[in-house]
Design a protein around this ligand. Structure first.
Ligand SMILES: [Zn+2]
Ligand SMILES: [Zn+2]
Length: 116
């Protein structure tokens, strides 16, 4: 075994490492324009509007009306993600507690209370 073997191996490893490092740098360099493009798109006003609308939709209160029990006749009118007022829900187990209700549900409940 020659004395050079170790240094040759070290050189080979260093070369391989350098190539891998270069390949990584190339890959990152190629991805960067895509990231920049994405950031660009996210900053466009029409895209921002869509994002803001989505964020607002996430903040909306869901209607927690128990439609099938509270107003079975008007099942399906519920605007599930658009609770606008707080109603009362009476439960034998939990007593009265406040629940967010959407407008159609609140109206249907009121109508039902009125007629029953
Ligand atoms: Zn309802
Ligand atoms: Zn509802």
């Amino acid at each position: 075994m020659s004395d050079n073997w170790d240094t040759e191996l070290a050189d080979t490893m260093a070369e391989a490492g350098r190539r891998v490092g270069q390949a990584m740098a190339d890959a990152i360099g190629r991805m960067r324009p895509a990231f920049d493009a994405l950031a660009d798109v996210a900053n466009r006003p029409e895209v921002r509007a869509v994002i803001e609308r989505a964020e607002k939709a996430m903040q909306r209160r869901p209607c927690l009306c128990f439609c099938s029990r509270a107003h079975p006749a008007d099942h399906g009118i519920c605007e599930v993600f658009d609770a606008v007022i707080t109603g009362q829900y009476s439960s034998d187990l939990l007593g009265d507690f406040d629940v967010p209700l959407c407008a159609p549900c609140a109206a249907a409940r009121a109508a039902r209370n009125f007629t029953s």
